[in-house]
Design a protein around this ligand. Sequence first.
Ligand code: NAG
Ligand code: NAG
Ligand code: NAG
Ligand code: NAG
Ligand code: NAG
Length: 148
Amino acid sequence: MSCLATLVWCFSLFSLLNSDSCFALSNETDRLALLAIKSQLQDPLGVTSSWNNSINLCQWTGVTCGHRHQRVTELDLRNQSIGGFVSPYVGNLSFLRVINLANNDFYGEIPNEAGRLFRLETLFLTNNSFSSADICPGSNPGSNPETG
Ligand SMILES: *[C@@H]1O[C@H](CO)[C@@H](O)[C@H](O)[C@H]1NC(C)=O
Ligand SMILES: *[C@@H]1O[C@H](CO)[C@@H](O)[C@H](O)[C@H]1NC(C)=O
Ligand SMILES: *[C@@H]1O[C@H](CO)[C@@H](O)[C@H](O)[C@H]1NC(C)=O
Ligand SMILES: *[C@@H]1O[C@H](CO)[C@@H](O)[C@H](O)[C@H]1NC(C)=O
Ligand SMILES: *[C@@H]1O[C@H](CO)[C@@H](O)[C@H](O)[C@H]1NC(C)=O
């Protein structure tokens, strides 16, 4: 095979894998993560009632997906009277760029798993009851548990 033909073949294989199995698996991870998050919330206004299996997760209230990959890029639950704590499953939403939980009754700590969200750019947590723990795991220059 010529170099070009090999390249084309590789690319086709990649597209095939990408569009079927891998792709479907990954938005399933997002779906499971959001359902796990929902299961830890008190939601008196029923904001997350649309987070159900009859509609695509990209249409769930407060959820925004990227156009290209149909993966969750934004979670906006501000001003919704939501209580509860943030499930560690949030760390599985690997395409997440924006989290806005402002003006709710969230409590507890932001789970360490959120530190895996390397695309995260914006995190609004104001006006909740979060405990003032380490909001950005690993970002505290004053303490290094590996020293010594
Ligand atoms: C799922 O969400 C949609 C949109 O909010 C709603 O119309 C439908 O009743 C919900 N289905 C269930 C089973 O809760
Ligand atoms: C996951 O993505 C596939 C391919 O775009 C789509 O057909 C499927 O409905 C999506 N699954 C969910 C739960 O949104
Ligand atoms: C959310 O609530 C705050 C405080 O009550 C208010 O200032 C803000 O305008 C609200 N934002 C939206 C998008 O509803
Ligand atoms: C997602 O996160 C949870 C808790 O952090 C973990 O138990 C689970 O195995 C992860 N992976 C998937 C694919 O859901
Ligand atoms: C804080 O959130 C509550 C709703 O949970 C809202 O009524 C209040 O106005 C907010 N306070 C500020 C300073 O935004």
